[in-house]
Ligand binder design. Structure first.
Ligand code: TA6
Length: 303
């Protein structure tokens, strides 16, 4: 029997785009494209895909890849002057061959460090120097850990402010079996009602129509339960106070060319984010934001 081992290898993906494949001994797998620094796949030890990828996803710059985990920086949603979710998901990242020391427990070698710095083009719309280091890490038990470290390297003494999101598309059996726990009774900005502030007294979030809510000041742990698959995603976050919950539902889905018409039923976005209040960084300072995804069997799903 072949001993499964830790694998970190660079290879070619769709349209010959470079990607890094991570595999750990327990059989979990993940892959991240240098284009966008985007995780496009996370599979369990049975090879089942845990992240949603649009059936119409376009793997061709400058169009962002619709699915997996989009890195949204320096903007999220369409408030500011930049393109909707910022520009870093439309850039080719590099492998960081000289990362500053960043502790990882010594058994955990299935990771890759990517880096992106400002480009001439970006400077026209966002005139700041930055270093964005992204570590994609698959723990020995298969947890998917994304750590972003963003440093302001302006030499003109100017601080900069930004919004951020790990725009995470979970693959689900069918939205009628899905509920999100951990955000009950919290305040949220409703993107479908001019970002007005609301709160629901209900219990878990369920999906019967389009949902586009920015929950503010949320707990560090959120659960996404799939009753049909009898599994739960646990999302843990640090440095990211908000959580965005999005499902386009049928009508909006039809208006999104790179989203299959029926795809909305098999996806839910829950994004660890900093949206309500921008993060401000002084030159020389660094911000860190982490999202950890783990998969657990659902005790909730009693037969
Ligand atoms: O989830 C928040 C949101 O900004 C929604 O308003 C919707 O636009 C979604 O993200 C999709 O964004 P994307 O840029 O991935 O098409």
């Amino acid at each position: 029997m072949s001993m499964k081992k830790v694998v970190v290898e660079q290879c070619k993906g769709i349209n010959d785009l470079d990607k890094i494949v991570l595999r750990v001994a327990c059989g979990f797998f993940a892959q991240v494209y240098l284009y966008g620094g985007q995780v496009t796949s996370w599979k369990n030890d049975h090879g089942e895909e845990l992240l949603f990828m649009s059936s119409n996803a376009i793997f061709e710059p400058p169009k962002n890849i619709r699915g997996g985990i989009s890195i949204c920086f320096p903007q999220f949603s369409s408030d500011g002057s930049l393109e909707q979710q910022g520009f870093v998901r439309n850039k080719i990242w590099s492998i960081d061959t000289d990362p500053p020391p960043f502790p990882t427990n010594n058994s955990n070698k299935a990771f890759v460090d990517l880096i992106l710095k400002q480009s001439e083009e970006d400077m026209k719309t966002w005139p700041h120097f930055y270093e964005f280091r992204l570590r994609v890490n698959l723990s020995p038990s298969g947890d998917l850990i994304l750590t972003s470290r963003i440093r302001n390297t302006n030499s003109n003494g100017k601080p900069f402010s930004f919004n951020f999101a790990y725009h995470t598309h979970f693959s689900v059996s069918d939205n009628s079996y899905v509920r999100v726990e951990g955000l009950e009774t919290l305040y949220y900005l409703d993107n479908l009602k001019d970002k007005e502030l609301f709160t629901d007294q209900g219990d878990a979030i369920t999906f019967e129509s389009e949902v586009d809510k920015i929950y503010v000041s949320t707990p560090t742990k959120i659960a996404i339960l799939d009753h049909e698959k009898k599994q739960t995603f646990i999302l843990r976050k640090e440095g990211l106070p908000d959580a965005v919950v999005w499902n386009p539902w049928d009508r909006k889905a039809k208006s999104i060319p790179d989203l299959g018409n029926d795809d909305y039923n098999h996806m839910v976005c829950v994004d660890a984010a900093a949206v309500e209040k921008p993060i401000t960084l002084k030159p020389g300072h660094e911000w860190k934001g982490t999202q950890v995804l783990c998969l657990v069997p659902s005790s909730y799903c009693s037969d």
